[in-house]
Design a protein around this ligand. Structure first.
Ligand SMILES: [Fe+2]
Length: 555
């Protein structure tokens, strides 16, 4: 059986994507943004669907089931109308609702299916949180686990807790919008002057610069396996009265790092989220005596809170779907039908699910642009020696990563040994806020020497503290509070990236490189070799490695 899973909802969606599974195994997945070059693209993922078909070398007619990670249009619209009436969306009815309806109908699924002549044998729709949950289920080792889906809003749901037994799921709790942890964090992101539902990680990065000055317990709390978010105060908030002060939302995102109140607000917002999610999750882990957890939904990308949960609850298994936002529902949607016909398999999640290009295909692109290049046999050794000389390199290898993190196949890699490297990469490549931290990739074998607690973190989705030994050695990847967001690189999963770090280790004594996604500010991560070439020549990158080819800029 062949299935295609899709994340697409029409008007208000984001991160459209498609995934293909064959006989119970996930084969390929890609977000539409990587192909259209529009970040978080919400359009119908026709390019992603075509890429899935191309990967398997099949036609759409051969697909047995096309599964959407959202219910049908009428359910979404009916819920939105209800939320409008209750004031939860703070939009005036009927004008906003009508606009919303027009936006949905003009971009509805049936319309695209017809216009693109997509004729799979069957089309089905899943509950949104159920699709998120199935992006986790086959990748958990334990028979019994708790799964937490936490996002802004599905149809009406914002948090769902499932008990997983084998491949069966039982809903333990469902909390509806606007009582939403995603809404809380998004509005706090906005209050710090950043873009909500987009720049949440900036709050996480800013938090350690502030203090826990503000008591936000009237805005967010958790009791007896539930949580409450004060949406009446928070929705589209412009100012907050806290500790006898009125905090105004800054006009621009550049204010944050120089404003003590905003830094304290970021710290307090993160602190209160961490306390709430800890109490909420702990309630269930205690009740069911389960130490295996799965998580998905956009709030699952809060790596600082994830690290805190891992340490405080001493979890034995904690799998957070790396594509935690809605793009990941394509995976869940593609895999769920195999449970129904008893052919689903338990497997380790493999994040390199996208496109790959051969050396010949890369050469064709380099020739097209009339570039000077060299073919290097031992490309890892060559790149490591350039990193040791503090060159910043573009590293384009193997299959594209699925999800927001670059994990060594579409990465900008540099030397973490001097603090100035962080500023250099920020200035010449990323053009982003100088205070935001970069993450390390390290040899898995060295994790216990470099990190304080975590032995494995393959997807860069948990923070940990740096060990005393390494605190001074890798300043470019350690944040002001001594934390880092590591990727432990496993030889058996990504040999070429492991070799690069190992060669760097041999030269410098550091089993760690600095890794950031291969894109400029505001753009999606590169996918095609021509995206990489374009980014290389419009940034301050020193050297580009694509497969075995090395490209330099002319002096
Ligand atoms: Fe979602």
């Amino acid at each position: 059986m062949i299935t295609i899973g899709i994340n697409y909802i029409g008007g208000p969606g984001h991160d459209s994507s498609a995934a293909i599974a064959v006989d119970g195994s996930l084969k390929f997945a890609i977000a539409e943004e990587r192909l259209t070059r529009r970040k978080q693209d919400s359009s119908f993922p026709i390019k992603a669907i075509q890429a899935c078909l191309d990967f398997e070398g099949i036609k759409i007619e051969e697909v047995d089931e096309m599964v959407f990670g959202w219910p049908e249009l009428n359910k979404h619209f009916a819920t939105s109308i209800k939320l409008n009436f209750t004031g939860a969306l703070k939009e005036s009815f009927p004008r906003q609702a009508l606009n919303y309806y027009r936006s949905l109908t003009s971009r509805n699924v049936k319309r695209y299916i017809e216009s693109y002549q997509l004729k799979p044998k069957k089309i089905t729709h899943l509950d949104h949180h159920f699709a998120h949950a199935w992006s986790v289920v086959p990748f958990l080792e334990s028979e019994k686990s708790l799964i937490f889906i936490v996002d802004g809003r599905g149809i009406s749901e914002s948090t769902t807790v499932y008990l997983k037994n084998g491949f069966d799921l039982e809903v333990l709790e469902r909390i509806n919008f606007p009582n939403s942890l995603g809404l809380y964090y998004a509005e706090m992101t906005s209050m710090c002057g950043f873009r909500k539902y987009s720049d949440e990680w900036k709050v996480m990065g800013l938090a350690p610069f502030g203090k826990k000055s503000f008591d936000l317990s009237h805005l967010i709390a958790s009791t007896s396996g539930s949580h409450t978010v004060n949406h009446k105060t928070l929705l589209n908030v412009e100012q907050l009265a806290l500790n006898g002060k009125v905090i105004q939302r800054p006009e621009s995102d550049e204010v944050a790092i120089n404003d003590e109140d905003i830094k304290d607000l970021a710290h307090s917002a993160q602190y209160h989220y961490e306390q709430t999610i800890l109490k909420f999750v702990k309630y269930y882990t205690n009740l069911y005596s389960i130490k295996s957890i799965g998580m998905a939904g956009g709030v699952g990308l809060n790596c600082k809170a994830n690290g805190y949960l891992m340490r405080e609850l001493q979890l034995e298994e904690f799998f957070i779907q790396p594509a935690a936002t809605d793009d990941g529902t394509a995976i869940g949607a593609a895999l769920y039908p195999f449970h129904l016909n008893n052919t689903i398999k338990k497997e380790q999640f493999y994040p390199y699910l996208g496109k790959e290009f051969t050396n010949d295909e890369i050469k064709e692109v380099l020739d097209k642009y009339h570039l000077d290049y060299q073919f290097i046999d031992e490309v890892e050794k060559d790149a490591a020696s350039e990193l040791a000389k503090e060159k910043i390199i573009g590293w384009f290898q193997g299959r594209d990563e699925f999800g927001p993190r670059a994990l060594g196949n579409r990465s900008i890699v540099s030397n973490p040994g001097t603090a100035k490297m962080k500023d250099k990469v920020n200035e010449v490549v990323k053009y982003r806020e100088s205070w935001r931290p970069f993450a390390p990739s390290l040899l898995k074998e060295e994790a216990e020497n470099v990190l304080k607690n975590i032995k494995s973190s393959p997807y860069m989705i948990l923070t940990d503290y740096v060990s005393e030994d390494y605190a001074e050695k890798i300043p470019a990847v350690v944040h002001v509070d001594g934390t880092l967001r590591p990727q432990t690189v496993d030889k058996d999963i990504n040999l070429r990236y492991w070799n690069l770090i190992n060669e760097f280790y041999i030269i410098t004594g550091l089993p760690v490189v600095m890794n950031t996604s291969f894109n400029l500010k505001g753009e999606p991560n590169v996918c095609h070799p021509s995206d990489a070439v374009q980014t290389f020549f419009t940034s301050g990158l020193d050297i580009l490695y694509l497969g075995n080819y090395k490209v330099k800029k002319k002096p």
